[in-house]
Design a protein around this ligand. Sequence first.
Ligand code: NAP
Length: 277
Amino acid sequence: MKRLYVIGDPIAHSKSPLIQNTMLRALGMDYVYEARRVPGDETARWLEKAKGEPCAGFNATMPHKRNLVPLMDELSEDARLYGAVNTVCLRDGRAIGHNTDGAGFLQALREAGLDPAGRTVLVLGAGGAASAVVPKLVKGGARGVFLCNRTLERAAALCAWDKEGRLAPAELTRESLERLAPRCSLVVNCTSLGMTGTAGQFESLDFLDGLPAGSGVFDLIYSPAETELLRRARLGGHRTANGLGMLIWQAIFALEHFTGTRIDGRAMARLLEETLA
Ligand code: NAP
């Protein structure tokens, strides 16, 4: 039996073991997937230990995603672009770093009926998640992206990625959101505002009233299942989706990397939605 892991600190809350073991059982694959708490200063030691085991690879979450980049023998295009690794495949003593967050996001967005092609998008947040989301919006055909963040410099740094001027930074203030919303038909929340266990909430959600009718609002948060942002958007007649689909699809893509096989993603996504409900 081959081993797979997810490492992080903290890690007890992770849904990855449930998600991956559900898929492995359904596919009849001879792997076991476990969580390991690994402190941030032990990334390199963990990697060496994993290479010495019958381990096919591991997922990584905070605080390892950036630490892993210089430790990889090979990096996928997305991992290099985001400067972060969430999936490590171990093959013949070599470590190959992938990042499935962006692909998982784009697939979940499309599955929710919110294809970004041709839309102008209002992205809220410029942290680690936004750095995977923004390039995928552009690659997915978004006409433009306004990137609003509390710390403006972080938004500006992320916008520098695109040399064709499709990205514009702005402050995450009530005024700028209300000014930009009428120009956008999709909102993507990549901040932690509204998440269970965090004190923060948006100063005002009135900007949602300025979106054109029938816009989409995608929140990367999945706990609670419906944030105040999504509730207000739904009541305003907009199409909404939470971050569970992204969590599920990034895991499906990670398992494809680990096992080197193609998976019926839609069937797996349905199974996982039932399991996690
Ligand atoms: P991160 O790197 O720590 O970034 C956090 C972002 O939230 C930054 O833009 C930060 O702004 C902003 N923020 C935090 N507190 C704020 C406040 N009080 N007021 C205004 N802005 C605030 O975190 P991350 O990894 O990008 O994750 C962001 C969210 O996405 C989290 O809720 C996470 O759970 C979720 N997520 C979901 C998935 C999924 O699969 N569904 C995957 C990844 C992440 P500053 O730059 O100004 O600090």
